[in-house]
Design a protein around this ligand. Structure first.
Ligand code: NAD
Ligand code: UFG
Length: 336
């Protein structure tokens, strides 16, 4: 069964393509390469010995999407394509709403025009805003603290309404907590453009000598050691979550939402220490003021995914830091 993977050249999409292939699906990758390298294709082939179909295209291009749906006889879409930098979204909100929300509307329109009725969407724990309780389950109220987060809230709502309007449609929104790690081959991982926004890529670049020192944003939170706590989930577990969700629901209709996390939180200092052990180097860090919009702690109740999808994260924080380090030390500058 062919499936379209928008954003399939990116960090999470590329790992999920491998998991889909392994599960017997045939991913067709659709990506505009705005935040990824075409070299990802060579890495995917080196890992899987399979030549993935790749179409360079934008989700804004309804006509191109429609021709791909018809040419490849696609019944389902895994939708990763999105801009994702929180800070940038506050500076360029219209670009974010346009790319993410209008882009998704175009995608759904093309799907409707071609009779494609199933979508798995990359949502985020960011839709919970500032947590009212922990661990966070799917019933927690939804809100957002920045335009990027609002795009996720809006798209989830659009998918709900799309399913209400047509009883044959299926939409699964997966709310990721903090994706981390890399493929265990060391051939595929995350290579952010410019200065990394996220903690683990920043630590990885510090460990490899590209950055001098990690700024720890805040050491006065109400957490064990005062630094921010997050639920980091291995990218391979996350990829497996997509396969489990689609395999479970592919004969169903309606909209479904699942948290994908481990249920366990780690502080910034714990992550720095774990990475230091994996890389066997001392990682310089200094305390810096809190980052605007950050929350103290966030971790998932993923029991719904466990119960309904039979999915549970398997890989621990050591696997995440070991695998990130394997990738980072092999490709200090990413694939470029
Ligand atoms: P990424 O930037 O590595 O991948 C996104 C891919 O989408 C890139 O290859 C990019 O070129 C492509 N893309 C962007 N806009 C496009 C467009 N208009 N048309 C076609 N392709 C386009 O990001 P990622 O970390 O792999 O994230 C994948 C998804 O998961 C995104 O929707 C993101 O918001 C969501 N998510 C990510 C995180 C995280 O921390 N990485 C957390 C929660 C949710
Ligand atoms: N942090 C630092 N120094 C850094 C970067 C981060 O101390 O250089 C801290 C943050 O303050 C936070 C923790 O490390 O306490 C994690 O920060 P990240 O930026 O790695 O991740 P966030 O939890 O802020 O956000 C990420 C994604 C969002 C997504 C969210 C939930 O960036 O898009 O996880 O899935 F919505």
């Amino acid at each position: 069964m062919n499936v379209l993977v928008t954003g399939g050249m990116g960090y999470i999409g590329s790992h999920t393509c491998l998991a889909l292939l392994e599960a017997g699906f045939t991913p067709v990758i659709y990506d505009n390469l705005s935040n990824s390298s075409v070299k990802v294709l060579e890495q995917l082939k080196a890992i899987s010995n399979y030549d993935f179909n790749f179409i360079e295209g934008d989700i804004a291009d309804t006509a191109m999407l429609e021709s791909v749906f018809r040419d490849y006889n696609i019944p389902a879409v895994f939708h990763f394509a999105s801009l994702k930098a929180v800070g940038e979204s506050t500076e360029q909100p219209l670009r974010y709403y346009d790319n993410n929300v209008s882009g998704t509307l175009n995608l759904l329109t093309a799907m409707d025009n071609c009779g494609v009725k199933q979508i798995v969407f990359s949502s985020s724990a960011t839709v919970y805003g500032d947590p009212q309780y922990l661990p966070i389950d799917e019933q927690h109220p939804i809100s957002a603290t920045n335009p990027y987060g609002w795009t996720k809230v809006m798209i989830e709502q659009i998918l709900n309404d799309w399913c209400l309007a047509n009883k044959n449609n299926l939409a699964i929104s997966l709310r990721y907590f903090n994706p981390a790690g890399a493929h265990q081959s060391g051939l595929l991982g995350e290579s952010p453009n410019g200065i990394p926004n996220n903690l683990i890529p920043y630590i990885a670049q510090t460990a490899v000598g590209k950055r001098d020192c990690v700024n720890v944003f805040g050491n006065d939170y109400n957490t064990e050691d005062g630094t921010g706590v997050r639920d980091y989930i291995h990218i391979l577990d996350l990829a497996a979550g997509h396969v489990a969700a689609f395999s479970t629901h592919k004969e169903d209709n309606g909209s479904f939402v699942y948290n994908l996390g481990t249920g366990k939180g780690y502080s910034v200092l714990e992550i720095i220490n774990a990475f230091s052990s994996s890389a066997k180097v001392k990682i310089n860090y200094q305390f810096a003021p809190r980052r605007t919009g950050d929350i103290a702690s966030n971790y998932a109740d993923s029991s719904l995914a466990e119960k309904k999808l039979g999915w549970q994260a398997q890989l621990n924080i050591k696997s995440m830091t070991d695998d990130t380090w394997r990738w980072q030390s092999k490709y200090p500058n990413g694939l470029e």
